[in-house]
Design a protein around this ligand. Structure first.
Ligand code: HEC
Ligand code: CU
Length: 351
């Protein structure tokens, strides 16, 4: 038991380090106006709390020392019955502190609730699925999965929905969380002044693989965004009818096994299916979290992470709705050409 107590501070440190991990999953490193606003509210309330603790502790210690019973001193202190001045002071100070806390909170709440789109803002409908994210750019006629491309310095308004259970949309560096509730549309806005990749997460316990329901926000300059949007809305013929022979064979495997659930270039997919794959080869990671170069084994042989995912998706994300494709479904040759085809799914040509 004693050892257990000793280990306690270390387990907190470990927990903290685990949370810091590789990605910027911290609200304490704000990268945009919304996150900065929320960060300053956190700091303000923290400062007020520290002030209260310091003042109360100081008075406590003072009283403890000053009014201690001293040896030989056995007179009874003067009995008092209330003190109007003190009552007023300790009622007024908390009221003032609450006002200092409330005024910026209420003002920022109104600013954060301004989710009416104007001609310069970009509206994106975000649907949470077990265990992946769908992003629909309604004005641009684009649907994307997992990687959320946004232009920098633009007001992005998210309309949050869910297709199955309650999820929660969170990009710690850009904004606080907001729930995706089936049948209800919640809204949220962000702005990203800097280009970069921001980590996103589902923060509502939504099933077995809830903790793996990650996504990336990719903020690019408006020109690159334009090029991306163009590529997504009108993908090249190559994605549908590859000129390369092997990729063309892969496309056939794809049409036979995958197209019913996954769209490419606006073709295929279904509402209960999986993420749009038009720009799949440009994903930062597979299925939200699997590194492309992760080592994997299937059937005693070393295979790429992507093949591992296609062969045994349950090994990675328990409870997800992607079926497994074993050797009987897709043999090794077919798999090789399928992987070749999946690698052609790109819409930005400079990468
Ligand atoms: C029954 C529908 C269904 C079929 C058929 C299907 N998938 Fe999926 N797929 C899914 C779902 C659902 C996910 C999301 C899983 C998750 O992350 O929870 C997914 C995820 C994926 C991903 C990861 C996507 C990303 O954004 O990172 C890839 C790649 C993929 N599927 C490829 C394929 C290929 C290739 C085939 C055909 C051999 C196929 N899928 C067949 C439903 C399906
Ligand atoms: Cu979720």
């Amino acid at each position: 038991m004693k050892n257990l107590w000793r280990a306690l501070p270390f387990s907190f440190i470990l927990l903290f380090l685990a949370g810091c991990g590789k990605q910027n999953l911290s609200a304490l490193d704000p990268r945009g106006p919304v996150a900065e606003m929320q960060y300053s509210l956190i700091i303000l309330s923290l400062l007020i709390m520290i002030f209260v603790i310091v003042v109360v502790a100081a008075i406590y210690i003072y009283v403890l020392v000053r009014f201690r019973e001293k040896p030989g001193d056995n007179h009874i202190p003067k009995q008092v019955e209330g003190n109007k001045n003190l009552e007023i002071i300790w009622t007024a100070i908390p009221i003032v502190l609450l006002l200092i806390l409330a005024i910026p909170n209420v003002m920022d709440t109104f600013t954060l609730a301004e989710t009416e789109p104007d001609e310069d803002s970009l509206v994106i409908e975000v649907t949470g699925h077990q265990f992946w994210w769908e992003f629909e750019y309604t004005d641009l006629g684009i649907t994307a999965g997992q990687d959320l491309y946004i232009p920098t310095d633009t007001r992005i308004i998210f309309d949050l929905e869910a297709s199955d259970v309650i999820h929660s949309f969170w990009i710690p560096a850009l904004a606080g969380k907001q729930d995706n509730v089936p049948g209800i549309t919640n809204s949220l806005w962000i702005e990203a002044p800097e280009e970069g990749v921001y980590q996103g997460k589902c923060t509502e316990l939504c099933g077995e693989s809830h903790w793996l329901m990650d996504f990336k926000v990719i903020a690019v300059d408006p020109d690159t965004f334009e090029a991306w949007a163009q590529g997504m809305a009108e993908p090249s013929e190559e994605l549908i009818e590859p000129a390369d022979e092997v990729a063309a064979e892969g496309r056939e495997v794809y049409e036979a096994n995958c197209l019913a659930c996954h769209a490419v270039g606006g073709e295929g997919g279904n509402p209960q299916g999986g993420p749009d794959l038009t720009n799949f080869a440009e994903r930062e990671v597979i299925a939200g979290f699997i590194e492309w170069d992760a080592d994997t084994e299937y059937d005693g042989e070393e295979v790429s992470a992507l093949e591992g995912w296609l062969r045994e998706p349950q090994e990675y994300k328990p409870g997800n709705y992607m079926p497994a494709f074993g050797h009987e479904a897709i043999d090794e040759d077919e798999m090789a050409s399928l992987l070749e085809y999946l690698d052609t799914l790109r819409v930005l040509d400079d990468e």
